[in-house]
Design a protein around this ligand. Structure first.
Ligand code: ACM
Length: 265
């Protein structure tokens, strides 16, 4: 089985969700036929939401919210899965979430577990384990940006059978793209990091996002990568089944060789 998967790196406009959804529709339309297209974290709103009140006001519900409905319609129409980050409103708080919308109209949600820096002032941390969803493009695990810093996340997704980790991001630290090499190799999975570009200065500090979105295979090969400061959408065709082979050599298998009784993670 093969799947055509990709990232869409762009610069969201601050607090302009409708305009950002229109931009993403245009990107998807011109991308070519895909089975999975991953957009960045908080792609609908931009990143540096002014304060917690603004975050709660601009956030949308998952069920029947504008961004999840947009993603559902786009997935059905394009016959390809969509992952996109948005601010989710639920229980009187905002979450930094992403949806995975499928061509059959199903939509899944994930709330970022590990909040980065000032996100802790704006969002509540995710309250459920990261999901793995079987799709026509393969088994897709979800994590958001700074979740990469916790190897347990990618490991948990891989142990649940993820073949592809979809990783919407707004990266500012310089390490992640290189570190994702390890996440791919140590779990033998495909990873798609969809990062944004541009600079925001809404909250008294300038943040420059590092672009360099990338797709890595289970051997850590870079199948696609984007520049640091320009929009870029790239699709590659992969065989997701390759991620089921956890064998390293005739003696070692990364799943079977784990010793959780000794390290309890
Ligand atoms: C991040 O988690 N947006 C750095």
């Amino acid at each position: 089985m093969s799947a055509t998967v990709g990232f869409a790196q762009f610069e969201p406009l601050y607090a302009e969700p409708a305009a950002n959804r229109d931009t993403m529709s245009e990107i998807a339309e011109s991308a070519g036929q895909f089975d999975l297209l991953v957009f960045p974290e908080l792609a609908a709103t931009g990143y540096e939401l002014r304060d917690v009140v603004h975050a709660r006001n601009i956030a949308e519900p998952f069920q029947e919210g504008a961004t999840s409905e947009w993603a559902r319609a786009l997935a059905v129409e394009s016959r390809g899965a969509i992952v996109v980050g948005y601010a989710e409103k639920a229980d009187g708080v905002a979450y930094n979430s992403c949806v995975l919308a499928l061509p059959n109209g199903a939509v899944h949600n994930y709330r970022k577990i590990h909040l980065f820096s000032r996100e802790k002032e704006l969002f509540a941390p995710g309250d459920a384990p990261p999901p793995v969803i079987d799709t026509p493009a393969g088994s897709i695990g979800l994590m958001i940006c700074f979740d990469w810093f916790f190897p347990e996340m990618a490991r948990t997704l891989a142990l649940q059978g993820a073949q592809i980790i979809a990783h919407p991001s707004n990266l500012v630290l310089p390490y992640c793209q290189r570190a994702m090499y390890c996440r791919s190799v140590e779990n033998r999975v495909f990873t798609i990091t969809a990062n944004r570009i541009g600079t925001e200065n809404q909250a008294g500090r300038a943040l420059t996002f590092t672009g360099q979105s990338q797709i890595l295979d289970p051997d850590g090969n870079t199948l696609a990568s984007a520049p640091a400061d320009a929009p870029r959408s790239t699709l590659v065709t992969i065989d997701p089944e390759l991620a089921h082979n956890k064998s390293i050599n005739e003696y070692n298998n990364l799943t079977n060789d784990r010793r959780p009784s000794l390290y309890d993670v």
